[in-house]
Every structure is written in C-alpha cells, then in structure tokens.
Design a protein around this ligand. Structure first.
Ligand code: C2O
Ligand code: CU
Ligand code: CU
Length: 457
C-alpha cells in the first residue's frame, strides 16, 4: 500500500510517542462505529511500579485519544461497565442536544450494563475532550477523562502532534485514593490532587523530531487546578485556545488554563538531536517542570514558520442588536450551612442567587435564562467571589469581548477563566436549540452550587 507523506508523518510521530512513557492508544474499531469505548474499573501505573485502581475509559489511563474530522460524523458505541449510571459529554463540541450527555437535561442516565450510541457531527476543528456528567467528582476524579481531537478539514502539516492531558491525582505515595473532595476546600479553590501527571506519568520526557514543526495540545482534564503553561527559554506560539484557532498566532509567555480548558501551541524544534525543552507550570511567580521534550534525529524538510490554523465557522454575534443577560457568581461564605436537622448542606456558591441542588429528574430548576433561537446575546458576568472560576457553556462557542481586568483581543472559546472580582462580557448567537449547561468547571464548585442551564428555543 502506498503511504502518503501525511500518513508517514503521523505514524512516525506515533512511533515516537509509542517509544515513550505516555502511550496514547486508539480505541478498538467495530464495523459501523469509529470507536467502541467502555467506562469501567481498571488500573493504571501512575506511580512507577505501583498499580492504582482507577475508573477509566476502556479500563485504563490515559484514555483512548479519539480523532474525528471536521465537518464529519463520528459514531461511538459506549458501554457503561461501571456499577453506577453515567453519561458522556463531548466538551466544546457544538453538538446536537440529544448527544450532549447531560443526565435528565439531554438524555436519561446510561445505567450499568447499558450501551448508548453517540453519533454526532463535529463542526469545528481543534482540541476537545470527553468526560461523564454524573457523579463528576468521583467519575472524573478517578480517571474518566480523555482527549477528542477534531482534525482540520484541510490538512495542516505538523511533524508531530502531541496531546498532553494534565491531571493531578488524589492519591498517596502508595497509589491509594485520598479524599476527592474536602468541604473546606470545595468552599474555596477546590481540593487539589497531590500527584501531578502528564498523560498519566509524573514529569515525563517525550521525544520530538529534531527540526520539526511541533504542535502540543494541552488539555486541563483536572477536577480543580489551574495550570500556567510556559516553555523555559524557548519561543513558541499560541495557535488555538480551547480548541479554537486564533486568526493570528501570538507568542506564548505564560498562559493559564483552568479546569476543562485547552491550549494549543506550536514551535519549531531545535535542529540538533538530544536537545531538551522544558515545559513548565507556573505557581504564583515560580515555575516548575511539568515535562521535558527531547529532540531525536529526523529527516524532515526545513521548517521556517508557524502556520495559522483556519478559524472555526462560529457565527458572528450581532453585538449591536444583542440582548444582555446578567450573571452574578457569588460565594455563600466559609461557614457550612446546615438544614433543619443539622445535616450540613454543601452549598457554597450561587449563580444569580441560586444553587442547583443536584441533578435528578424531579428537581430540574427553571433555566437561568431563556434565549430565542438565532438571536445574539451578551452575557455580562460578574465574579464577586475571592476565587477563580472557569465558566463553561455547552452547545455554543462564544466570543470573549471585554474584561474589567485586562485588555481582551476578542477570541472564541467554550470556557472563560474568570479572575476574582472580574467582570467579563461574552457574546454568541443562540443558534443551537436545547437546554445547555452553564457552569464552573471546578467540579466541586459545580457540585456545590455553581451550575445552571440556559434554554434556547
Ligand atoms: Cu466539560 Cu459540562 O462540561
Ligand atoms: Cu462541556
Ligand atoms: Cu468555580
């Protein structure tokens, strides 16, 4: 069989990755489906030489990297082999509501032993991800998080294209799980996991082709943390934010991604083999190694520049005729409120003075807002809490227009990281009918109040 240059490059990149610690395997194929995946108990060697019992897609971690093509349909057969109900949500995809994977709002929970077929079109190219939307502190926290890559409709010629799933695990030195949520942390920044991993390994070294044009796709699949991505003394450009290409790549200095958010960067690797680039994570003013990239000899055409990716076909908001909806994110204080029997109610956060008390069929609240199909809306959002919140909307990609804290070059995203006391305006065309979740992606914040939905009719 003749092999195209593209295939060669992809497979040679595959060999490079396969020889490395973090293996990213494709899911098994079955006729009629692009992927077959399960959610089940399994194990992963997160700490060298120790197996941790996890919940994983196909029983492992990292999860299979799913690849779709922009504008094309992807069909995934999903089997729930957990002992509890679940669903899968396709984070960032402008999807049909029936496929959005939110229990009660868009589909019934998938019960243990049941199969559900997810079948949808991916209108946008970029770095997306998938995760359950039930019992999320546990299900995501124990490992049910994976990358969904939608390849550009027109081929972009990278010499290596590497997804990097960032997650801190709530495990001790024996690889045993510790508390995934501690109320006093849930009421603040969230409970951090102690064991940092990139594709399931602590501070891995990943080989990249010397002289190659490299694309790194960072995915913050953590329940809680913000990662601040930087390369130590090496130039790179941001080419996409949260799956959405920037029309003009911008230099990377340090870029923060909150839980659920993604960042695509590109750079040209050093021409000599054996060179090391340090990828770092900033905490406050300090930077720490997250992983290392090491060049290996490769025969590649000489690379000179970093291409811009094609911008996704997001409808242009008609800002002049937009209707504004206000959102207020508040903190209900450090004290744990209790119900009349003295049982603590973990309701720490509110959106527009309201807490969504968990998901069940019988207690769907009214939507936070009812939007008219086809109309442009501006969400004027105020975070009056002393914490940061990555605010995420399902089913739509919005444009960040303005902030009271920093100068914004409008950009497309599905999640915006709000600073403490920040006010942000976003705009979008409500072009996707359905009931769409609108929540903070710090899972404990969402579970203790920072969650609601909007309805587009
Ligand atoms: Cu990753 Cu409701 O989202
Ligand atoms: Cu989502
Ligand atoms: Cu939050």
């Amino acid at each position: 069989m003749a092999i195209s240059r593209r295939q060669f490059l992809l497979s040679s990149a595959g060999i490079i990755a396969a020889s490395q610690v973090p293996q990213l395997v494709l899911a098994a194929k079955e006729p009629g489906f692009d992927y077959v995946i399960t959610a089940e108990e399994g194990s992963a060697e997160l700490i060298h030489g120790i197996n941790t019992s996890i919940w994983g897609f196909n029983g492992g971690y990292p999860a299979p990297v799913l690849r779709a093509k922009q504008g094309k349909r992807i069909r995934i057969k999903f089997i729930n082999k957990l002992n509890e109900p679940t669903t899968i949500h396709w984070h960032g995809i402008r999807i049909d509501i029936a496929m959005d994977g939110v229990p009660f709002l868009s589909q019934p929970p998938i019960m243990p032993g049941e199969t559900f077929i997810y079948n949808f079109v991916c209108p946008d190219a970029g770095t997306f991800w998938y995760h359950p939307h039930m019992n999320s502190t546990q299900q995501l926290g124990r490992g049910l998080v994976g990358a969904l890559i939608v390849e550009e409709a027109e081929t972009i010629d990278f010499d290596a294209d590497i997804p990097l799933c960032l997650k801190n695990w709530h495990i001790d030195e024996k690889g045993e799980f510790t508390e995934l949520s501690i109320p006093r942390y849930a009421a603040r920044m969230g409970t951090p996991g102690r064991y940092e991993t990139v594709n399931g390994k602590h501070k891995p070294t990943i080989e990249i082709p010397a002289g190659g044009l490299i694309r790194l796709r960072f995915l913050n699949v953590d329940n809680t943390l913000i990662y601040k991505i930087a390369l130590k003394d090496f130039p790179a450009k941001i080419i996409a934010i949260d799956g959405n290409a920037l029309s003009e790549p911008v230099p990377l200095t340090a870029h923060e991604i909150g839980a659920g958010m993604r960042l695509d960067i590109a750079f040209i690797a050093p021409e000599k083999s054996g060179e090391v680039i340090e990828v770092q994570n900033g905490k406050g003013r300090l930077f720490f190694d997250l992983l290392k990239l090491q060049t290996v000899t490769a025969k590649l055409p000489k690379r000179k520049n970093i291409p811009a990716l094609p911008v996704n076909p997001i409808p242009e908001p008609d800002v002049k005729n937009a209707k504004t909806v206000n959102f207020l994110f508040e903190w209900s204080g450090a004290m744990t409120p209790a119900d009349k029997n003295g049982i603590p109610k973990h309701e720490f956060w509110t959106i527009n003075r309201r807490v969504w008390k968990g998901m069940s069929k019988s207690n769907l609240p009214v939507p936070l807002a009812e939007l008219k199909l086809g109309k442009t809306y501006i969400f004027d959002m105020k975070n009056v809490t002393p914490h940061k919140h990555p605010i995420h909307m399902h089913g739509h990609t919005f444009t960040v227009l303005w902030s009271n804290k920093k100068k914004i070059r409008p950009y497309h995203t599905d999640t915006v990281l709000m600073e403490k006391n920040e006010r942000v305006k976003i705009a979008f065309v409500a072009d996707n009918p359905g009931r769409w979740m609108f929540h903070c992606h710090v899972i404990e914040h969402m579970k203790t109040g920072l969650m609601g939905y909007i309805s587009v009719v």
